[in-house]
Ligand binder design. Structure first.
Ligand SMILES: *[C@@H]1O[C@H](CO)[C@@H](O)[C@H](O)[C@H]1NC(C)=O
Ligand SMILES: *[C@@H]1O[C@H](CO)[C@@H](O)[C@H](O)[C@H]1NC(C)=O
Ligand SMILES: *[C@@H]1O[C@H](CO)[C@@H](O)[C@H](O)[C@H]1NC(C)=O
Length: 398
């Protein structure tokens, strides 16, 4: 009865016919971005129908995996996901021990890679495509190495922004992604060039996570760029040594308020050019009158904050990282699908994280090299979730 009351089936006309119908959590009415996504589905169908076989790579909407919002999963599905993450944290690392002595588990492999490749992963050319590949690789590990049968969930920030601490993401019960950190004093997270809002105010946490499935998690790698106090130093200057410590978080409403649906909607609809989209996503240049001007990327990261979640290099060390970047991948896809003919292959060129002379015209030459983590793939193959990477990518967000 309770389930029936909460889970209202939502049928998507014409889409994913034949596949299991996704279910939505009736506690959360569709927000403006959900509605936009839904109204974009006919464009997705048209786009799929227009693709040559070489771009479709056997991927169809009927067979596509469905990545869903955390609260739309049943409690059992959430617990299954959590169980798979805990499993990955118990499997031995594959990262070369001589280079990454602090990578203890398979989960740490992803942190180690992100730490050493952070500058590449965030430059304008790579940010979207490489994170897409990164999350997909993690999802694959959960499925193939830990028996998870679902797909990577995402976090629709808007659902939790008003009270993230008591949300199904962070309320600390067995079907959450763990609770908030214990109270601590730290001064907030600096957001340069955004005066007078150049700091995300702290929200009272920042200490060790005390409740939920990750309360006993051992964080090993890092820190490299900690944002909270009293994080023990890594024995190595590069942060790659073993530094066993607790997971720290400041589940932060102040940050979440910069990631409500109106921000996401504006990001998608008011930035037709890919450079503008990339820069707005990183919160630059500052919008006039905006008192939460962090940009969706930073606002989403510091909803979790803490250590390693708030550390630019080590952030995948908080298992909630994948929900945040899942949402960003979803947002990119909705943006692409507003005008797929021009946007599917649009690669950002200029932005604050630019590493130098890389030009859009060079994109065709770029190989995304994931080292020990996954095979190298041409960047241009990592753009389309429906048929990209030779058909290995075949998923939608609902
Ligand atoms: C598509 O499916 C056909 C039939 O199963 C197979 O022969 C072909 O290799 C597949 N193509 C790709 C790109 O996976
Ligand atoms: C945990 O919280 C979620 C979201 O509030 C709820 O659906 C679920 O029933 C809770 N589980 C337990 C064991 O309390
Ligand atoms: C979103 O809504 C909030 C609250 O009404 C407002 O402060 C903020 O400026 C809005 N942001 C955008 C980009 O519309």
């Amino acid at each position: 009865m309770a389930l029936l009351a909460i889970f209202l089936p939502l049928f998507l006309p014409g889409v994913i016919a034949g596949a299991a119908q996704p279910v939505r959590n009736g506690l959360f009415p569709l927000d403006v971005v959900d509605q936009l996504e839904l109204s974009t589905m006919p464009k997705v169908e048209t786009w799929m129908a227009s693709k040559p076989a070489s771009a479709r790579n056997n991927c169809t909407l009927e067979t596509a995996a469905i990545r869903r919002e955390w609260s739309d999963l049943s409690v059992q599905e959430r617990e299954d996901y959590v169980g798979a993450v805990l499993c990955l944290q118990k499997k031995p690392a594959k990262a070369p021990k001589d280079q990454f002595p602090g990578a203890i588990s398979r989960f740490d492999d992803f942190v180690a890679f992100h730490m050493t490749q952070a500058m590449m992963l965030h430059d304008p050319q790579h940010l979207f495509a490489s994170h897409k590949y990164f999350i997909w690789t993690y999802e694959k590990a959960l499925r193939e190495e830990c028996g998870y049968t679902g797909y990577q969930p995402y976090m629709n920030y808007d659902r939790y922004a008003q009270d993230p601490i008591h949300s199904s993401m962070f309320n600390g019960n067995a079907s959450s992604m763990g609770g908030n950190g214990a109270p601590s004093t730290y001064s907030g997270v600096i957001q340069p060039f955004r005066k007078p809002y150049d700091k995300i105010p702290p929200a009272g946490g920042g200490g060790c996570v005390m409740e939920g499935p990750f309360k006993d998690m051992v964080v090993s790698l890092g820190p490299k760029s900690p944002v909270v106090n009293s994080v023990p130093k890594n024995p190595r200057a590069d942060g790659l040594g073993a530094n066993p410590r607790c997971l720290r978080r400041d589940v932060n409403r102040n940050s979440a308020l910069g990631a409500t649906a109106n921000y996401t909607y504006s990001l998608i609809m008011d930035n037709k050019d890919v450079d503008a989209f990339y820069n707005r996503y990183l919160g630059q240049p500052q919008l006039k009158g905006d008192n939460h001007p962090w940009g969706l990327h930073n606002a989403g990261h510091y909803i979790i904050g803490g250590d390693p979640g708030g550390d630019f290099y080590c952030s995948p060390g908080d298992p909630a990282f994948y929900f945040h970047h899942g949402m960003l991948d979803r947002v990119w896809w909705i943006w692409q699908m507003q005008d797929p003919t021009t946007r599917m292959t649009a690669i950002p060129e200029t932005g604050s994280m630019s590493m130098g002379p890389m030009k859009r015209s060079d994109a065709a030459e770029i190989m995304v090299d994931f080292g020990f983590l996954a095979p190298p793939v041409a960047l241009m193959k990592l753009l389309d979730p429906l048929g990209g990477y030779d058909g290995n990518f075949c998923y939608i967000y609902v």
